[in-house]
Design a protein around this ligand. Structure first.
Ligand code: KIV
Ligand code: ZN
Length: 517
């Protein structure tokens, strides 16, 4: 069995998904869960990109143990120094430096000759190497690069000290056989390739990211760069759960294995979906709601007789057991805390008080609280950033032949404000009332509602995407009352927008200080 290294880029490329912006607390929580999942390397962010990215990489480097922690940097000096500043606290730090090597990128984007690109790559790797022995070099748009030039630059960066070389299909253009052949050609032509790990990073523009990743592994690549739920720039990255479960399920054929604890996949997937506000499509492979549901009578009959007739994976393998109904309104704080611990959450003090209060009010509305409810409650309530606008209460009237009216109570700077508005529907009325409190025109770009669990008393999970001061941000709200969930999601998105604007402003001030000083 050949060991395949899993390099997770959920927090870097994944966070580049439109509308996604995670705060430091959320990123640390995801990184801790990724460590539990057993990934070999966590790409924690791109420190020069923003103050928020820098702080997140630093916090993850300080608090997450086990996997290698990587930070992204272009090959220039400022990027690499900034990456190291954030990364220096890591138990196992890796600088991941990149520059584009395709003609189209060199001519139009970088405006550099191939020789200038090669020089910058070698200098970048040497500088990174002066900070840490673990240096990864990525040839951005590698698959569309001239093969001779790509081999020349890879040989040079390995000579300069790169220990991993990554050949991305940055724009998701490759097809499986040609990508496999491309990787094979690199292996054959780069004379010192044995001194480095070959890594692949595939985007999903043509829906081929996972297939291309597997083809590259069969051609001799050893590291896969993947993101949970396949999130990432544009159509996303190769999905971690699909690549890992393909290797696991077909291990006898592929003769490969990973270090992933597959039972942690579902939990990680839910957490990433909750915190990023990116829902998982129902028919998504491995983690989608329908992934293990058999609908047709013939299939049901087969599965009842012998599961393997229609199931190549068992839901328990990815940690999707039977729903564990556990807590209810008679459960005390101790049982609540203990069950959270079993689910992987160790929370104390104010965070525990907050989560327990939400749990108790949920018990008034729902008799059976499942693990799924608890996880969603903690992910939504405990990891929230600062709240400029805090939900207090809502009251609305709606129905056939009446004008829907919503009255919302929001705490702003410790003071309760109550505003009412009318509109064509109760959600619109609620959002208009919130807009009146915030005093700004906020554009609703997307609105999705789902039931969190089966059953009529299920919590509604609302995910919204809004445009706030020209930036897309997502927000999420939970409640058994779907109008309340809608209000909570909208306020969550607004608060995230405000926090994001503050970090961007802080970075601009810091950057202007750097430029002046
Ligand atoms: O897609 C890409 O080329 C990247 C690199 C920075 C690795 O994300
Ligand atoms: Zn990428």
């Amino acid at each position: 069995m050949r060991k395949i290294f899993v390099f997770d880029t959920t927090l870097r490329d994944g966070e580049q998904s439109p509308g996604v912006s995670l705060n430091v607390k959320e990123k640390v929580a995801i990184a801790k869960q990724l460590a539990k999942l057993g990934v070999d390397c966590i790409e924690a962010g791109f420190p020069i990109a923003s103050e928020g990215d820098f702080e997140a990489v630093k916090a993850i480097a300080q608090s997450v143990r086990g996997p290698i922690i990587a930070a992204l940097a272009r090959t220039n000096e400022a990027d690499i120094r900034r990456a190291w500043e954030a990364l220096q606290y890591a138990e196992k730090p890796r600088i991941h430096t990149f520059i584009a090597t395709s003609n189209i990128h060199m001519v139009h984007k970088l405006k550099k000759t191939p020789q200038e690109v090669l020089k910058s790559a070698v200098e970048g790797v040497k500088l990174a190497k002066s900070f840490t022995p673990d240096v990864e070099f990525s040839a951005e748009d590698g698959f569309r690069s001239d093969l001779d030039f790509l081999c020349e630059i890879l040989e040079a960066v390995i000579e300069a000290g790169a220990t991993t070389v990554n050949i991305p299909d940055t724009v998701g253009y490759a097809t499986p056989r040609e990508y496999g052949e491309f990787i094979k050609a690199v292996r054959e032509r780069v004379p010192n390739i044995e001194k480095a790990v070959i890594s692949v990073h595939c985007h999903n523009d043509l829906g081929l990211a996972v297939a291309n990743t597997l083809a590259a592994l069969e051609a001799g690549a050893t590291q896969v760069e993947v993101a949970m739920n396949g999130i990432g720039e544009r159509a996303g990255n190769a999905s971690l759960e699909e690549v890992v479960m393909a290797i696991h399920t077909r291990r006898n054929y592929l003769k490969m294995e990973t270090n992933i604890t597959t039972e942690e996949i579902y939990r990680t997937s839910r957490m990433v979906s909750t915190l990023t506000g990116m829902p998982i499509q129902h028919n998504k492979a491995v983690v989608g709601r329908n992934a293990f549901i058999h609908e047709s009578g013939i299939h049901q009959d087969g599965v009842l007789k012998e599961r393997e007739t229609y199931e190549i994976m068992n839901p328990a393998m990815i940690g999707r057991g039977e729903d564990n109904i556990y807590l209810g309104k008679h459960s005390g704080r101790h049982a609540f805390k203990l069950q959270l611990k079993t689910l992987g959450y160790e929370i104390e003090g104010e965070a525990l008080d907050k989560a327990f209060a939400r749990f108790k009010s949920l018990c008034d509305k729902k008799t059976k609280i499942s693990d799924e409810d608890l996880i969603a409650l903690v992910d939504t309530e405990v990891l929230k950033g600062p709240e400029t606008y805090k939900f207090s209460h809502i009251h609305f009237t709606s129905g056939t032949n009446i004008n829907p009216t919503s009255t919302i109570g929001v705490v702003v700077n410790g003071e309760l404000q109550e505003v009412a508005a009318c509109a064509k529907g109760p959600v619109e009325a609620t959002y208009q009332a919130i807009n009146n409190i915030v005093g700004e025109e906020i554009v609703l770009e997307d609105y999705i509602i789902n039931s969190l669990t089966p059953g009529r008393d299920a919590q509604g999970e609302v995910v919204v995407r809004i445009s706030y001061k020209g930036r897309s941000v997502t927000g999420r709200g939970l409640s058994v009352d779907i109008i309340e969930a809608s209000a909570r999601a909208y306020l969550n998105a607004i608060n995230k927008g405000i926090n994001l604007a503050k970090t961007v402003q802080k970075s601009q001030i810091e950057n202007s200080k750097v430029e002046m000083g």
